[in-house]
Each structure stands twice: as structure tokens, then as C-alpha cells.
Design a protein around this ligand. Structure first.
Ligand code: COA
Length: 161
């Protein structure tokens, strides 16, 4: 299993500048980072898996070290398929920790070879979440400083703002 590769999974509904910041910093540590869209997320998503995959692909288009992918089913199965043992997650606040801790332990139980690496989200993005962005956009607010430019168009098209 490879150590130079990290998988950064998420529902990314939509992808935010907080996610972008984590990926950029991780790409300075790992030779390759795969940003992978969870297609089976139990969240009631606004964007289809295709749309989420498409918007993230546009963001990282041309990058040699960052790949965009999607997966179905269990994350540990996907990691095995990719021959990758590093699972990357961002933590914004203490409240994220409980869920992440539980998920890391569950994944470790399912596949002992998988190691979860946590990165602290940069302070200026710690208030961001996909839900906050959708709420602001729905009410006509400016999300230009919260998501990559490529994502702004997708969100606007949903709300016609
Ligand atoms: N900056 C800003 N926001 C961030 C962030 C960061 N660095 N990191 C997380 N977030 C926010 C997201 O915006 C999102 O907000 P929301 O709750 O309002 O939607 C939330 O934190 C977490 O979303 P995301 O980072 O997209 O990941 P997720 O928690 O939706 O992903 C999976 C969970 C997909 C990794 C998990 O469900 C999974 O592995 N699914 C596959 C099935 C499986 O194996 N299940 C068993 C796992 S034990």
C-alpha cells in the first residue's frame, strides 16, 4: 500500500475554500492527493454526484498532483482499490472531533491498514460549512469569498441569484 498518496473524501455539497485549503496544504506533503466525492452520502444533497465531481474537476484542472474522483460504497473498500492507506480529513472545531474520531475508529476496525490523518482547517475558514454556504446563497448573500470561483456559478444556477 502506498504512503505517498492521500485520499481526501467528502460529500462536498458544495466544495468550499476550507476544503480547497486542506487539499492545497496536503499536496505539499503527499506526492499525490485524490479528492473523492462520496456518491452514497446520506446527506440530502443539493448537487448530484456528477455536478460535484464536475465542479471539483474544474477547480483542479491541470494539476499534476491533485486528482478528482468519486466513489460508492464503503470508503475503506475504495482505499484498498486505490492501494492507499492514508485517509485525510479536516477538522474545524472541537465539535467536528467527535464525529471524526468515531469515523476514524470505525474505518480502522474495518481495515487496520488505513490511517486517518487530520489537518486543522485554517482559522479564517473554520466557520465555513456547505450548509452555511447554501443558506447564504438561498437568501441572496455573496458567497464569493467562501467557495472557489468555479463553484460560485454552480450555486448561483441553483438559486438563480
Ligand atoms: N472547511 C470548510 N468546511 C469543511 C471543512 C473544511 N476544511 N471540512 C469539513 N467541512 C464541512 C463541510 O462543508 C460539511 O458541511 P455540512 O455538514 O454543512 O455539509 C461538513 O463539514 C462535512 O462535509 P465533508 O467534508 O464534505 O465530508 P462529509 O462529512 O460529508 O464526508 C464521508 C463523510 C463521505 C467521508 C463519509 O460519510 C464516508 O466515508 N462515506 C462512505 C461510506 C462509509 O464508508 N461509511 C462508513 C464511515 S465510518
Amino acid at each position: 500500500m502506498r504512503h505517498d498518496l492521500a485520499v481526501y473524501p467528502g460529500s462536498f455539497d458544495p466544495f468550499t475554500l476550507g476544503h480547497f485549503n486542506i487539499v492545497g496544504r496536503a499536496a505539499q506533503i503527499f506526492d499525490r492527493v485524490i479528492v473523492s466525492v462520496a456518491e452514497d452520502s446520506d446527506k440530502n444533497a443539493m448537487f448530484s454526484p456528477e455536478e460535484r465531481f464536475e465542479m471539483i474537476s474544474k477547480i483542479f484542472h491541470g494539476s499534476k498532483s491533485i486528482e478528482v474522483d468519486r466513489f460508492q460504497g464503503l470508503l475503506v473498500h475504495y482505499l484498498r482499490e486505490k492501494n492507499c492507506r492514508v485517509l485525510l480529513r479536516g477538522i474545524r472545531t472541537v465539535s467536528d472531533f467527535e464525529f471524526e474520531y468515531q469515523m476514524a475508529l470505525a474505518n480502522k476496525t474495518l481495515n487496520d491498514e488505513v490511517e486517518t490523518f487530520f489537518m486543522m482547517t485554517e482559522g479564517r475558514y473554520s466557520y465555513l460549512s456547505s450548509t452555511v454556504i447554501k443558506e447564504i446563497a438561498r437568501l441572496g448573500g455573496d458567497i464569493g469569498t467562501m467557495v472557489p470561483q468555479e463553484v460560485v456559478q454552480y450555486v448561483r444556477s441553483k438559486y438563480q441569484v
